[in-house]
Design a protein around this ligand. Structure first.
Ligand code: NIG
Ligand code: FE
Length: 396
């Protein structure tokens, strides 16, 4: 297998404890930064990194002319398999309508009407958009089919695009079950889970007792417990619309991640801190707060309490139709009090932890050779140059 030496790297972020200066307040967590660096990769793995002056030979050579290289972004929460358009819903929201998840039914109807190749093609084009902006690992959820056949179709399409697939049959109660929620929870925890399990690694629930169509603690526990018994890892949409039992449930059931965390109680933060670092990662999705005009999550309190934080796009047609991890980093720094280093860690290593992966989100030897190159000298330019497409995946 041929090897490639990449030089001309002004700043290489490895996330490797073996590299870089001791972290200061501004650069904590430890990013493993090497200045004037080089890296050697083959098709499967990072082989070596270090100062360019000590670089070994390789079969091929690429010079980046003084640009920064970081690990490819890990977008650990997306809903990119869907059909239809909800730009008018967004327009109405900007004119004052609240976001309550009611539009999920609009996407469900359009998704049920679309054939599987169309669903796969829609998702593939969003995946390409993500890849072009430096994202190299993407989690994809179902949740717009909400029948056995339609959830299977969504997940079969998703599984052609990523190994990080998530069953979200418990997204909302579909209209045909509105008068019999218990029957829908039984369907999701039984026949729908059985049919979807071959295509997924994870299961998720929209746990939101204040929203009439989402799921309360008991309903969510029933679905997640069944999914756990089926061998799936667990994730929770928690505290998006208001404070609720989602975080506590995620901690109780050993979920890999609790996502949104827009509304957290003091007890939620204490629980997450006590469960860290092996308990759920708090995955923050600031594109949602931006696109729904909600208050941003208390990232600073989570970080100061020692909770592991990830950043993801939540790319979906309703609450956050962005595919851009750099945009989320910019929001996290501008509006959530995270340092550039914390936001970069959360968008790479943090996402990997939320997916319980050690081979992505970092550039340590043996990890996947997923490189994101910045048209800038430093990762600090990610929040400094908002909206400017400086990040791209390095194709070798
Ligand atoms: O993560 N909260 C539930 N699900 C998605 C939004 C889905 C939609 O509005 O279509 C979310 O925000
Ligand atoms: Fe979501």
């Amino acid at each position: 297998m041929s090897t490639t030496l990449i030089t001309g790297i002004s700043e290489l972020v490895t996330m490797d404890p073996a590299h870089g200066p001791a972290p200061s307040a501004a650069t904590r967590p430890h990013l493993g930064v090497i200045e004037r660096a080089a890296i050697v990769v083959d098709n499967d793995a990072v082989l070596w990194s270090g100062p360019q002056s000590t670089a070994p030979d390789a079969d091929e050579h690429v010079d980046l002319g003084g640009r920064a290289v970081i690990p490819g972004f890990v977008d650990s929460h997306t809903h990119i398999v869907f059909a239809g358009d909800r730009s008018r819903e967004f327009e109405a929201r900007m004119a004052g309508d609240p976001y309550d998840g009611g539009g999920i039914a609009t996407t469900m109807a359009a998704t049920r009407d679309a054939d599987e190749p169309t669903l796969a093609a829609n998702a593939r084009s969003l995946l390409t958009e993500m890849h072009e902006q430096g994202t190299t690992t993407v989690e994809i959820k179902s949740g717009y089919g909400l029948s056995v056949a339609d959830e299977v179709r969504m997940l079969r399409a998703a599984a052609t695009l990523t190994p990080e697939t998530t069953f979200l049959g418990a997204h909302v109660v579909p209209p045909e079950y509105r008068d019999d929620r218990a029957a829908y929870v039984d369907l999701v925890s039984g026949p729908m889970l059985d049919a979807c399990a071959p295509y997924v690694r994870w299961a998720d629930v929209f746990c939101e007792p204040g929203a009439p169509t989402a799921f309360d603690a008991d309903e969510s526990r029933a679905v997640l417990t069944a999914a756990g018994k089926a061998g799936l890892g667990l994730r929770v949409h928690a505290g998006q619309l208001g404070p609720g039992p989602g975080v506590a449930l995620g901690v109780e059931l050993g979920a890999a991640s609790v996502d949104h965390c827009t509304h957290l109680t003091d007890a939620d933060i204490t629980m997450l801190a006590e469960a860290a670092p092996d308990g759920p990662v708090a995955t923050l999705l600031p594109g949602v707060e931006f696109s729904t005009r909600s208050p941003y999550p208390q990232a600073r309190r989570l970080l100061d309490a020692g909770v592991l934080v990830a950043l993801a796009t939540d790319c979906n047609p309703g609450s956050s139709f962005t595919s851009s991890m750099p945009f989320c980093i910019a929001l996290a720094v501008r509006d959530m009090g995270m340092t550039a280093a914390e936001a970069l860690w959360a968008a790479t290593e943090g996402g990997a932890r939320a997916l319980r992966r050690t081979d992505v989100g970092n550039l340590r030897p043996g990890s996947r050779p997923h490189l994101c190159v910045l048209d800038a000298p430093s990762y600090r330019h990610l929040p400094y140059r908002p909206g400017v497409p400086i990040a791209s995946t390095l194709e070798l």
